[in-house]
Ligand binder design. Structure first.
Ligand code: PLP
Length: 358
């Protein structure tokens, strides 16, 4: 076994809800720890999947995902050849780490951020270099720029960032790209950008056509409500597309996945509804935290990162009352996925009741 992975522990995934409910003896459990879409999935996806011709099961899927490719290219105003699909963005993080990292290369992140970047850097024998975000959760750009040494081969920018939810401007991202060597890859993870106000003005989607070292990623798992289908993609500089297509497993997206994603992209009304409801609920959460004097980062996403004294005890109380939040990201901070209006109201009441108990 290669030395870089001998000490790794398996990722602790979300337990199936039915298992967790049985373990806790709960009738009702709402998972607000994984940033899933609380409004479900477009009914048009269900119809498209049911319509699939099962007699094609013995055939390999379309390795090019041609129809989906065209639909995404049209939606994002990019060349279809710039698109590389993956089994969720998780697989894209694996592919990019495999492609750009050699042992002892360094990978730069602004922490706290999504843990998968560091995991796959390690698996490739690379080292993670972390620059702390500012106290408001935003990237410290001068410090990031100063950290780009010749050993740094990849920089991950998560925008909006998981877990802080904070957003960076396209101007700042572009200035960073222009300030660092063109041989350092800048990988921009826009998993949550659909939820951000002015998302179309914030996206870095047009940068890969202009800069040979910029890649932008999206997933269908969050705003599109397709986490179970596992589909994401990267927009890459044209010169890199053949290499990334060579690294990608040819049949990584099965036909059902392609059909589901295509139906989801065609139902923009569902996405717009999800985004609008999320924005309303996010504002209600911020107002509540302000009233209660609870500190949180300014979120442009479908989750909020907030701090609470002995946060794990609050999380346990909420879990016992049927709501699971994400713990373990930073001491005394919790990440709450913004749920439906009814669930959010119920959780706020639980927090008030908990405060009365203290
Ligand atoms: C959820 C998430 C992803 C990946 O999700 P997939 O389901 O694998 O597409 C990628 N990046 C961030 C920051 C995420 O939170």
């Amino acid at each position: 076994m290669k030395a870089s992975i001998q000490h790794l522990q398996p990722y602790v995934p979300e337990k199936p809800l039915t298992t967790l409910k049985a373990e806790l003896g709960l009738d009702q459990l709402v998972r607000l720890s994984a940033n899933e879409n609380p409004y479900g999935t477009s009914p048009k996806v269900a119809a498209a999947v049911k319509n699939w011709d099962f007699t094609q099961s013995n055939r390999y899927p379309d390795a090019e995902a041609a129809e989906l490719r065209q639909a995404v290219a049209t939606q994002q105003h990019v060349d279809p050849d710039q698109l590389v699909f993956s089994v969720g963005l998780d697989e894209m993080i694996v592919m990019l780490s495999r492609t750009f990292l050699s042992p002892n290369d360094q990978v730069l992140v602004a922490t706290p951020t999504f843990g998968e970047y560091g995991l796959h850097a390690e698996i490739e024998g690379g080292q993670l270099v972390s620059v702390p975000t500012k106290t408001n959760g935003q990237i410290d750009w001068p410090a990031m720029q100063a950290a780009v040494t010749p050993q740094v081969k990849m920089v991950w920018l998560c925008n909006p960032n998981n877990p802080t939810g904070t957003v960076e401007s396209l101007a700042d991202i572009t200035a960073f790209v222009q300030a660092i060597p063109a041989t350092t890859m800048v990988l921009i993870d826009e998993a949550y950008l659909d939820f951000a106000p002015q998302a179309t003005a914030l996206t870095a989607m047009q940068l890969p056509a202009a800069y040979p070292n910029v890649i932008v990623m999206r997933t269908f798992s969050k705003a599109y409500g397709l986490a179970n289908f596992r589909v994401g993609y990267a927009v890459v500089p044209p010169a890199l597309a053949p290499t990334l297509q060579a690294v990608r497993l040819p049949y990584n997206l099965n036909s059902l996945t392609q059909i589901a994603a295509l139906a989801a992209i065609k139902d923009q009304a569902f996405v717009a509804d999800t985004v609008a409801k999320n924005a309303t609920e996010r504002a209600l959460w911020q107002a509540f935290f302000d009233e209660q004097g609870i500190q949180y980062d300014q979120s442009a996403a479908n989750f909020i990162f907030f701090t609470y004294p002995q946060a794990d005890q609050l999380a346990t109380y909420l879990l016992q009352h049927g709501y699971s939040l994400r713990t373990g990201l930073r001491p005394n901070w919790l990440r709450l996925t913004i749920g439906t209006a009814v669930d959010n109201q119920a959780i706020r009441s639980l927090i008030l009741a908990y405060q009365d108990l203290q």
